[in-house]
Design a protein around this ligand. Structure first.
Ligand SMILES: Nc1nc2c(c(=O)[nH]1)N[C@H]1C(S)=C(S)[C@@H](COP(=O)(O)OP(=O)(O)OC[C@H]3O[C@@H](n4cnc5c(=O)[nH]c(N)nc54)[C@H](O)[C@@H]3O)O[C@H]1N2
Ligand SMILES: Nc1nc2c(c(=O)[nH]1)N[C@H]1C(S)=C(S)[C@@H](COP(=O)(O)OP(=O)(O)OC[C@H]3O[C@@H](n4cnc5c(=O)[nH]c(N)nc54)[C@H](O)[C@@H]3O)O[C@H]1N2
Ligand code: SF4
Ligand SMILES: [Mo]
Length: 710
């Protein structure tokens, strides 16, 4: 028996068949689909291993002592306990004493029901999710420019026929390997401080690699705009007919002639001119951004600078050209539409918009005044936990912030100050290990639901096998808690198709309209790109007839360059930037438990230029301590002659002492509230190996401060 479904991990959502392998163990095999064209990466191939893992949690766990002990219990006891504590804390401290932390890894149905649960069953404004750490800057900039944001507003295969694709801060050769099949035809311009695997492919294919100093993308984008105009390569007709605001935007670019751009970014002036010419004269060109450009305290303006370049060249809203943001998590797109964001209601509606509140309240059968207002963003929510102004309890679904949040040491302190931490997970992540209650939930292949991939394409996730006995789905957990908190059962259905039908009504008329999405259409194999307003609709390509602003025009944003929140100095002379490896996923909670993946990359490492290694007293293979103003991470040194001497790179997939986020800067973007994951001032020191002996497994977290508060 073989069932067609999609990979549990990233936003490419590769199609796969899951079948019973040797010994009845399920195995994932690639399937043909427009995005992955029959390919899977190493994580996809091994994804089924976690279904039968001995590390799987299969019974609800209640903490028995502060030093890490849990006792197994039954569901009734666990849910009664959680609901009782939540009611008590709410009665004592008010509804905002309870927070919810969601995820772009959750299905559309879970994202929707979780937002409804927070607003109705808990009455709290404090709900946000890990997508805030992911593409929130691109979403903000895309909304600002186009009036509506969908990661790629065109099907991915469109890019294959372009002549040139500029990738700014994206490394798909490691983060979405099957996507490279679409990028083998176009010449690539890769903008990345590192000589990444994608940069390597660009050079091999006759393209360019521009390696700016981390945090200087705005200057580079302004420089490219300047160089294109100097060579008379702007699309003046498009600018006049389809956009507004060019003159104000140009004022910021006027100073960035190529030599000035070189001063700020380190990219040779000649390369700036060459890249501008290549991009501007291409028949068919795309500008795509990834986390490298977006995860900055100026991420929104940085993406705006890239969009300005794309607009000046007349790319967005045209067939065969465009701008897009490559979303990240499996449901990075859908997860940002259905109301698990602090400022949002389903259908990409704003929670402070009276018309949006009235519409959603009607679908939910409540008075609009019952809906709370906007709450704090993800890091602000985490940073206030257990304080006088913050929540006293938190429910986490689909995230491991003890490893993945910026300044993670501080976040772990906040988590340990909570009166009640409840984590729904299928493995003992570092965050689950700190919880008071761990609720074991079903995995991707054990439940039904829909996901929206990086192209805005709605996909069907099918149940291949039943969850282990004693394990419930996230929807069942939310429903079980809602009822115990006094909600009518029919308001919180646990059946995914029933939730999808309601989500369709709640999103109807909104930006991300799912009213016409149905299990029947998905099962029939229809291609559904949102907005899907009715039973006949699908929107593969957006903006061809106009942008989503009332005047139909795209807007240039008047953005300039500014320095990173923290620049290097005598004490912290280097920049650390962070990102991903092919073989691990996010906080590593899942992939560090898969033998083949953990074996290939068992420990944290840091990429260092050989000269920088000499100056810092570290040699290849040594353990180093990467120290910032926030804390330190241990990592094994890998010397790379192609690295920038002023920059080191750390993957963030490891926990405990090896967590890159022990050093990262939680400075937030003023618009998107995105933290500055990509630039921290650091120094390198030689160090002893980690105490956990570089254990490939997630270390058991300890309740209690990981380091002194303050
Ligand atoms: N293997 C793997 N694949 C994944 C994931 C994973 O964890 N592992 N996660 C998924 C998710 S959620 C996401 S969000 C995507 C992310 O996918 P990507 O955006 O491709 O991933 P990153 O490695 O975070 O960042 C990309 C590149 O940005 C570069 N960079 C760092 N600083 C700067 C800068 O200032 N400017 C520029 N231009 N570049 C910079 C880094 O060197 C890095 O090579 O991947 C998805 N796919
Ligand atoms: N330094 C640095 N930090 C970063 C980044 C970076 O580039 N650099 N990138 C950021 C980005 S883009 C992202 S997206 C975040 C991601 O970081 P996290 O939010 O920590 O994401 P995951 O590691 O995927 O954590 C998911 C957890 O939920 C569980 N899980 C998976 N699916 C489900 C489900 O359906 N239901 C439930 N209940 N649980 C589930 C998994 O077992 C795992 O423990 O990290 C951010 N942190
Ligand atoms: S590229 Fe992403 S969706 Fe495809 S197999 Fe790898 S992790 Fe899964
Ligand atoms: Mo992400």
């Amino acid at each position: 028996m073989s069932t067609a479904t999609h990979c549990p991990y990233c936003a490419l959502q590769c199609a796969m068949h899951v079948e019973a392998g040797p010994g009845g163990a399920p195995a994932a095999r690639p399937a043909p689909f427009p995005t992955n064209r029959g390919g899977l990466c190493r994580k996809g191939w091994t994804s089924a291993e976690l279904l039968n893992s001995p590390e799987r949690i299969v019974r609800p766990l209640l903490r028995t002592d502060r030093s890490g002990g849990f006792a197994a219990t039954d569901w009734d006891t666990a849910l009664e306990h959680v609901a009782g504590r939540l009611k008590g804390l709410r009665a004592e401290h008010g509804a905002d004493a309870v927070a919810v932390f969601g995820s772009g890894g959750l299905t559309n149905e879970k994202s929707y029901l979780l937002g409804k649960f927070a607003r109705l069953a808990l009455g709290t404004s404090r709900i946000d999710y890990n997508g805030r750490f992911c593409m929130s800057s691109a979403a903000a900039a895309g909304g600002r420019a186009f009036g509506l944001d969908r990661g790629l507003p065109f099907p991915l295969p469109d890019v294959a026929s372009a002549e040139v694709v500029l990738l700014a801060g994206a490394n798909p050769a490691e983060t979405m390997p099957p996507m490279m099949g679409h990028l083998s035809g176009p010449r690539l311009i890769v903008v990345d401080p590192r000589h990444s695997a994608t940069a390597e492919q660009a050079l091999a294919g006759g393209g360019l690699h521009l390696a700016p100093r981390p945090g200087t993308d705005p200057a580079l984008a302004l420089g490219l705009l300047h160089a294109a105009r100097a060579q008379h390569l702007l699309d003046e007709d498009y600018i006049a007919a389809r956009t507004t605001g060019f003159d104000q935007a140009w004022k910021h670019a006027a100073a960035f002639w190529p030599e000035q751009t070189e001063q700020v970014t380190g990219v040779p002036a000649q390369r700036v001119r060459e890249a501008a010419r290549l991009l501007a004269t291409a028949r068919g060109a795309y500008v795509l951004t990834g986390r490298g450009s977006e995860q900055h305290a100026k991420g929104t303006d940085t993406v705006s600078a890239w969009i300005n370049l794309a607009l000046a060249l007349g790319l967005p809203g045209r067939e065969g050209s465009g701008y897009g943001c490559i979303t990240g998590q499996g449901n990075g797109q859908g997860g940002r539409e259905h109301g698990q964001k602090a400022d949002q209601l389903p259908g990409y509606r704003r929670i402070d918009d009276p018309a949006a509140r009235a519409h959603v309240a009607e679908v939910w059968g409540v008075d609009p005044d019952e809906l709370p207002g906007p709450g704090p963003s993800a890091f602000e929510l985490l940073d206030a936990l257990g304080t006088a102004s913050g929540a006293r309890a938190m429910l986490v679904l689909g995230s491991n912030p003890a490893v993945s949040a910026p300044d993670a040491g501080r976040v772990r302190n906040r988590l340990s100050a909570l009166d009640l931490l409840v984590v729904c997970d299928f493995v003992m992540s570092e965050t689950a290990a700190m919880a008071d209650v761990v609720l074991p939930v079903a995995q991707w292949a054990e439940e039904r639901g829909t996901m929206t991939n990086l192209e805005g394409r709605v996909l069907r996730r099918r149940a291949v096998l039943a969850p282990p006995p004693g394990v419930r789905t996230d929807l069942e957990v939310i429903a079980g808690l809602a009822v115990r908190l006094g909600q009518p059962a029919e308001r919180f259905p646990a059946d995914a198709d029933a939730v999808l039908a309601e989500l369709g009504r709640a999103s109807a008329g909104g930006g991300a309209d799912y009213a016409g999405v149905s299990p029947e259409r998905l099962e029939a194999g229809e291609e559904l790109f949102w907005p899907v307003a009715d039973a006949g609709a699908s929107t593969p390509r957006m903006f061809l007839d106009g942008f989503a602003h009332p005047d139909g025009r795209a807007r240039f944003a008047p953005v300039g360059h500014r320095p990173a929140a923290e620049e290097p100095d005598a004490e912290f002379p280097l920049i650390a930037t962070t990102g991903r490896l092919m073989g691990h996923y996010q906080s590593g909670a899942q992939t560090r438990r898969i033998g083949e993946l953990a074996g290939a990359e068992p420990e944290a490492y840091v990429e260092v230029h050989p000269d920088t290694g000499v100056r810092s007293g570290v040699a290849d293979g040594d353990w180093a301590r990467v120290v910032s103003r926030r804390g330190a991470a241990l990592a094994r040194v890998r010397l790379r002659a192609d690295a920038r001497p002023d920059t080191v790179f750390l993957p963030f997939h490891f926990g405990g002492e090896e967590a890159a986020n022990n050093v990262t800067n939680p400075a937030l973007d003023p618009v998107s509230r995105m933290p500055e994951f990509k630039v921290s001032a650091i120094r390198l020191e030689r160090a002893d190996p980690p105490q956990e002996a570089a254990a490939p497994r997630a270390g058991a977290g300890q309740r209690g401060p990981a380091r002194p508060a303050g």
